[in-house]
Ligand binder design. Structure first.
Ligand SMILES: Nc1nc2c(c(=O)[nH]1)N[C@H]1C(S)=C(S)[C@@H](COP(=O)(O)O)O[C@H]1N2
Ligand SMILES: [Mo]
Length: 416
């Protein structure tokens, strides 16, 4: 059993849980919970709704929505990002309808019968794939996160903003992706020896483009066609996207229309004027591909309130672009002491992992933090250490997140 924060431990947690059920009214459960066993609720006495062709969440869950940011307002309503409401989600898979969206020029309305993928440049045999042709290749299925390198840039505001966790740290999602290994298509086209990079270009009006090293293309890059068992959602790149597991989301080019094998990087606008890391001395790093080791507590998290003292489960998500998550530690005293959380899903590389730790809140002020370590031994940096290195850079903020629990139970975003 993992170490527990608080005095009573897991047994006390379970005991109190049972007590909550018998003392339902005093614990704040609906008064109907007691009456239910006798007469039953109204819905137990009438015939239920009919079938639907495509299911939707309960109408009682409709407040669970993406956090939409539109920096250009009505001028460009599809430019910007819509962040996943990670504070409302559990497990590691992001429902497709709540996957974060980061798009530069809106979601194109692509007819898969007209769309093609061109593979050309330094190849022996240039190829054009219809979507139907791609669909006939052997496929692979893997669970991976996609994180925008701009994720958590709102946590760089001079003063901590008070927003739900997802509105700051939800420019990430994790799906089960299915598609054709890019290696297979490159083999068929016959990469020439001098081909060291691939230009990947999207069919949106921004023609978002990035240069990809051939080593990554031949490693675990995927031409993704399915997301969580369904064809890709339009916002995620329907009918076809590039997926580069563990690398900054920007490189997973959506609505993929072209791959061109080249000798060197193309230096597109999306990898020169944007997605470079400015350093305090005015120089900038180009090509920070891998996403750093990171974690965030989603429950409890900012803007939530703990209604009473007692036991809570601290839960959240961790991930690393370098591979698997090996450890997540949790502190409830702002980093003075740490305890190991239990991990779920840590066998999957470049995927979200769910961590959990029971915690007893005694009513005292607390500062909750999580710190992830990956299989390469990389440890999530403290906020101050990260800022010392990248004070002016809006990308790749993987520093430790702190939530302060006040004596009143209100949870706030704080800088520690
Ligand atoms: N063609 C195209 N591909 C794109 C983008 C885009 O605007 N156009 N945005 C990129 C960025 S910045 C990110 S973070 C990821 C986001 O993928 P998602 O919207 O599926 O989360 O897609 C990348 N691929
Ligand atoms: Mo991004």
């Amino acid at each position: 059993m993992k170490k527990t924060i608080g005095e009573t431990g897991r047994r006390g947690f379970l005991k109190q849980g049972a007590a909550l059920v018998s003392g339902a009214a005093s614990a704040g459960l609906a008064p109907g919970a007691n009456a239910q066993g006798l007469a039953g609720q109204p819905w137990e006495r009438v015939y239920g709704a009919g079938f639907t062709g495509y299911g939707q969440p309960s109408r009682f869950e409709q407040p669970v929505m993406r956090h939409i940011g539109r920096p250009y307002g009505d001028l460009a309503p599809g430019s910007g990002s819509a962040l996943a409401p990670i504070e409302s989600l559990e497990g590691i898979i992001t429902p497709s309808g709540l996957h974060n969206i980061r798009s530069h020029s809106g979601t194109p309305d692509i007819d898969p019968k007209q769309h093609q993928l061109l593979l050309h440049g330094l190849v022996a045999r240039p190829l054009v794939f219809s979507m139907e042709a791609l669909w006939r290749y052997p496929m692979t299925t893997r669970t991976h996160f996609v994180e925008c390198s701009g994720n958590s840039n709102r946590a760089l505001a001079p003063q901590p903003v008070q927003l739900p966790a997802g509105a700051m740290h939800g420019n990430i999602a994790c799906s089960e992706w299915t598609g054709v290994p890019l290696r297979m298509l490159l083999d068929e086209a016959g990469l020439l020896p001098q081909a060291r990079w691939l230009l990947a270009e999207g069919a949106d009006s921004a023609h978002m483009s990035r240069s990809i090293p051939v080593e990554k293309a031949l490693d675990d890059a995927m031409i993704a066609l399915y997301q969580n068992g369904e064809r890709l959602r339009p916002e995620q790149g329907y009918p076809v996207r590039l997926l580069l597991p563990g690398w900054e989301g920007n490189m997973s080019v959506k609505w993929l229309r072209r791959l061109k094998a080249t000798e060197g990087p193309t230096h597109t606008k999306d990898e020169t004027s944007k997605y470079t890391d400015l350093l305090p001395d005015g120089r900038a790093l180009q090509f920070t591909f891998e996403m750093g080791v990171k974690s965030v507590i989603t429950k409890p998290s900012s803007t939530m309130t703990l209604p009473r003292t007692g036991f809570y489960e601290i839960s959240g998500i961790a991930w690393s672009g370098a591979g698997r998550i090996r450890r997540v530690e949790i502190s409830t005293d702002g980093g003075a002491t740490w305890a190991d959380a239990a991990l779920i899903g840590e066998e999957r590389p470049k995927s979200l992992v769910r961590f959990r730790l029971p915690w007893e809140w005694t009513g005292r002020e607390a500062v909750l933090q999580s710190r992830a370590t990956d299989e390469k031994g990389q440890v999530q940096p403290a906020r101050k250490a990260w800022l010392a290195q990248y004070s002016v850079n809006p990308y790749h903020n993987n520093s430790i997140v702190s939530w302060a629990v006040g004596g009143d139970g209100n949870v706030k975003n704080v800088y520690v």
